[in-house]
Write a protein that binds this ligand. Sequence first.
Ligand code: ATP
Ligand code: MG
Length: 400
Amino acid sequence: MNYDHILIRYGELALKGKNQKFFIRTLRSNVQQALSDYKGLSIKGQRDHMYILLNGEDPYPIIERCKDIFGIQSFSLAMKVNNDEESIKEGTLEAIKKEEGETFKVTCKRPNKEFPKSSQEMNRLLGGHILRNTEGWEVDVHQPDAAIRVEIRHDATYITSGRTEGKGGLPVGSTGKSLLMMSGGIDSPVAGYLTMKRGVKLEAIHFHSPPFTSERAKQKVEDLAQSLTKFGGDVTVHYVPFTELQQKIFKNVPEYYGMTVMRRVMMRVSEQLAKQHDILSLATGESLGQVASQTMESMNAINEVTNYPIIRPLVAMDKNEIINIAKEIDTYDISIRPYEDCCTIFVPKQPKTRPKREKILELEASVDFTQEINEAIDQVETVVYKNNANHKQDSFDDLL
Ligand code: ATP
Ligand code: MG
């Protein structure tokens, strides 16, 4: 008898009342997608656990891949046996033979109350069976080397041991969609990752200013989007040509207010594009006090142009904390490649750190960006990056 299943525990998802079925279905589909190159697996989402039936596949690479999927609290290897005492005894014995150490504990749960023995009775029975049939093992209920769990359910009994932690969070796609404002920097990909952690499906918007920004700068964004796909499936990126707008801003607005106005225009474009795609929120990598555009005054002034909810997972994080996550999710090395971003090219030497709202409104009253905003949106290039495919897909335009 062998471990023939992987058991997946849901964590927070289990608390979601009536929506539970939807959350489980979403998680199941995400797991299925991440494992689509395995043909023989069967994935069952039940109310309190999910099981992957291995059909002879090696469980460890599968667990490794599923560790990147949000909505999973932990994994264990599981053996499915019949609901009779003899099979359960035999399975438990097999399970302990695969363990190393000197002390063990058996913990039995019995959701199936029709089973004739209580959990306590089963603990004693199975513990005794192990002691009689093995050598060198002793019981330790407090800190055992091997913890064998036995769950007697209606369909069968599952015997599990070991536990690998998952990432927690909610299954991507279960809480809606957000448009991530993504630069090539360190912060926004981390913000995207944390937004996905709360079950959000991402699309991204990137402003670039050719010929002032290079193809290599764009390549950074492509690589970042590609790295995010392993956490949330396909990521669609909308590339917005920003050169004309930036030139118009810096021609018509005094230099020290240029950055604030530029950010306001970015927000307006992002909101408009989000609306076009039925996306209900924006997400950014802003972190309070980090740079001039992220002082309380700047955030207030920039935020004023939209009443869309803006998800800012990094707002209260230190740069070091952000960098640590960037390293963990493998975006850091891409982000630090030294290519220019549109914001760094046009950035004034002394941007206003405490912009005044009245002053901005006065400046913007004499220059109208609406036409250029509409043109930029018309010229958006949209590319979908796919999980498991290490190359760029065709743009929508090419497919039409
Ligand atoms: P990041 O590391 O994400 O670039 P940052 O610390 O450099 O952030 P800013 O340059 O002030 O901060 O940008 C703040 C936020 O504005 C970014 O996190 C991102 O969400 C958005 N942003 C900046 N530049 C762009 C861009 N070219 N395209 C899309 N969004 C951008
Ligand atoms: Mg930046």
